[in-house]
Write a protein that binds this ligand. Structure first.
Ligand SMILES: Cc1cc2nc3c(=O)[nH]c(=O)nc-3n(C[C@H](O)[C@H](O)[C@H](O)COP(=O)(O)OP(=O)(O)OC[C@H]3O[C@@H](n4cnc5c(N)ncnc54)[C@H](O)[C@@H]3O)c2cc1C
Length: 610
């Protein structure tokens, strides 16, 4: 059997090995940590299980849903979603609901919000370059300040003005037309795919493994190991030896300080690009190293509190918008799955802190962080201090690849260099510096594996968002969605939402419909007259006397038949032309409504994308 080497046992690395196994290749997976799952792992502490930030399983790519169900079928739960925003001592429904938000903020604030919204709609800021302008133009300055600014800046650590507007627009524009239509028609999205797998919309519900996301990746690892594809944990790859455009081997440091070298015919890497470039031996040219050094990452830590209370709050998570509270979000893991806690009389809360590893907070001892977390929860009014029985802290470096102004150029330089290594592919989140979800990481890995057996997919162009386009017409050579060529038109460009709506609500050609009706009516008139004339000769009686009232000069004679045919055709043309015009107007109005309601709905969920 042919042999591949995979760097990283997160969703990308494990999926790559899983796909390779199906294609008749063996892999060795090297994982730096002592646990698999990467950022999508589940950590266990005293039987309490928690994520690195709650992980919803959601994909519109059928292939990914199939893989999830294949790995973990009966342990995959469908869970209700509930989330709120904490602001100014109060909880607000999220996605935002106008009545709830205005009731919570009071009449005076409601007035200010209304005025600032009206101002933003009447005088939008142009050009719309950054996230602040993007949100302000849609919600007004006041709502932006209350519900968007603080949380977004907590997550990214940079002012909203320095975050590109493209990022928000990109997340909004990649809507599912099916979802939009379903929402417009029946008011609720969701359903099952052709294999009966549940398709969720993330708005009301999501899928989640019974024991957290790590369960999926531990199961995947077990399947791989049983079939002769071992994961070696505690092995940090720090050298990638290459010659003449081919990688020959990687060498790594084990947790006990030993060194080991691994050869293979093909390599798939999900390690962060910055480290990867520095690991290459020989090193790439200086400009490539400089570009890699320009890629930055936001770090993350979670404080988990074990609380002696059965029910603390009903949400899966709450966004914390108050600027005097450092945590950005708080998860209640038993609401994700009741199996996440070993004792139903207790709860475990995951408090999320977004930071740089150079921040003081990063180096605080765990006890101090647990105290901070407890005090913040008390300040939020969620718990009493004495209810906290225990806690733990998990730090995750490079949780978020940062999309600053310089990253596109840096990424392009790095990628261009990596493309010169013919048997080496990079996949996944930090492997492609892509702010993604698991499905994207997995899909890049599936296509990298298929490339190894002769396919020619551009793994850098895999875009699960663009695959949000329609079922059916997105079929590709391989029949899967999410492959770039699957969603692109003949010019190599993915259609926009407007183009998809235009295609779904294609207008009728007015002249063509006019001509068609003209032919039908004209012919009908002629045939009817001709049948009477041939059958009854001059004695047609009262038959066809009605058209005589409408068509000038019409009677049942051969001359009248020709006149009636011409007049019926002219009348038919106008009927068809007007009918098509009316129908197009109605459809345009309906398409506008569908688009507006879909975009509004998605815009209201922008916090989920931050
Ligand atoms: C707070 C938060 C919430 C999220 N929520 C969701 C969600 O709700 N739904 C969702 O689908 N996604 C979510 N994500 C995204 C999801 O975590 C990632 O998309 C996914 O884990 C990326 O998988 P990956 O394999 O590409 O990378 P990773 O998960 O980063 O895995 C890479 C692996 O490679 C290993 N590695 C790195 N360097 C080396 C090396 N030199 N040698 C050996 N091994 C190495 C790492 O230890 C790691 O195990 C969330 C992310 C965060 C931070």
């Amino acid at each position: 059997m042919s042999q591949a080497l995979v760097i990283g046992a997160g969703p990308a690395g494990l999926t790559g090995a899983y796909e390779l196994r199906k294609l008749g290749w063996n892999s060795t997976i090297l994982e730096a940590d002592d646990q698999v799952g990467g950022i999508s792992r589940t950590v266990e502490y005293r039987g309490y299980r928690f994520d690195i930030g709650g992980h919803r399983f959601f994909s519109k790519v059928p292939l990914i849903n199939e893989l999830w169900h294949e790995m973990l079928d009966e342990d995959f739960l469908l869970r209700p979603r509930m989330s709120r925003i904490f602001y100014d001592g109060k909880f607000f429904d999220y996605p935002l609901k106008a009545v709830n938000a205005l009731a919570g903020l009071g009449m005076v604030e409601a007035g200010i919000i209304g005025a600032s919204y009206a101002r933003a709609r009447l005088f939008p800021q142009r050009p719309e370059d950054n996230f602040e302008q993007w949100v302000t133009n849609r919600f007004g300055r006041r709502l932006y300040e209350i519900f968007f600014k603080t949380y977004t800046e907590k997550v990214w650590g940079i002012p909203c003005r320095e975050i590109s507007a493209d990022w928000a627009a990109q997340r909004i524009k990649n809507l599912s037309l099916t979802e939009a239509l379903r929402n417009a028609l029946v008011g609720k999205a969701g359903g099952k795919d052709k294999d009966g797998h549940i398709i969720t919309t993330l708005i009301d519900e999501f899928q989640y493994p019974r024991l957290g996301p790590g369960m999926m990746w531990e199961k995947c690892e077990a399947i791989l190991n049983e079939s002769g594809n071992p994961t070696q944990r505690g092995i940090l790859v720090d050298k990638i030896h290459h010659r003449a455009g081919r990688v020959e081997s990687v060498s790594a440091r084990t947790t006990n300080g030993e060194r080991a070298e691994f050869g293979a015919e093909q390599f798939i890497s999900s390690m962060p690009l910055r480290e990867l470039i520095h690991a290459l031996d020989p090193l790439p040219p200086e400009d490539v190293v400089r570009a890699a050094d320009g890629l930055t990452y936001r770090d993350f830590l979670t404080v988990v509190l074990i609380v002696n209370r059965e029910d603390i709050f009903p949400d899966n998570w709450i966004y914390i918008h108050s600027s005097d509270i450092l945590m950005g979000r708080i998860q209640n893991y038993k609401n994700w799955s009741p199996h996440m806690v070993p004792d139903a009389s207790r709860s475990s809360l995951g408090l999320e802190y977004f930071l740089w590893d150079s921040d003081d907070l990063w180096t605080w001892p765990d006890e101090k962080l647990i105290e901070l977390g407890r005090d913040e929860c008390v300040k939020l009014g969620l718990i009493e201090p004495h209810e906290v029985e225990d806690g733990t802290v998990v730090r995750m470096r490079k949780a978020y690849p940062v999309y600053d102004q310089t990253y596109p150029g840096n990424l392009a330089t790095v990628r261009q260099y990596l493309d010169t290594l013919e048997n080496f592919q990079t996949v996944g989140r930090n492997g492609q510096h892509r702010y993604n979800n698991q499905d994207h990481s997995m899909l890049t890995a599936v296509y990298a594996a298929r490339n190894i057996v002769g396919d020619a997919h551009d793994v850098w162009a895999v875009n699960v968002d663009e695959a949000y386009h329609e079922e059916g017409e997105a079929s590709s050579v391989s029949g899967d969605r999410g492959v770039p060529q699957a969603v692109m038109d003949a010019s190599g460009r993915a259609p926009t939402l407007d183009e998809m709506i235009a295609a779904a609500f294609a207008p009728l050609d007015k002249t063509a419909l006019g001509a068609a009706v003209a032919i039908v009516m004209g012919l009908g008139m002629f045939v009817a007259s001709a049948v009477l004339l041939v059958r009854d000769g001059d004695m047609v009686g009262p038959h066809l006397s009605l058209p005589g009232h409408y068509f000038l000069g019409y009677d049942v004679t051969w001359r009248g038949a020709i006149l009636g045919t011409v007049e019926a055709a002219i009348g038919g043309f106008f009927v068809g032309f007007l009918g098509a015009t009316m129908r197009n107007l109605l459809i345009d109005g309906y398409a506008y409504y569908v688009r507006r309601s879909a975009v509004t709905k998605r815009t209201r969920q922008i916090l989920d994308e931050v």
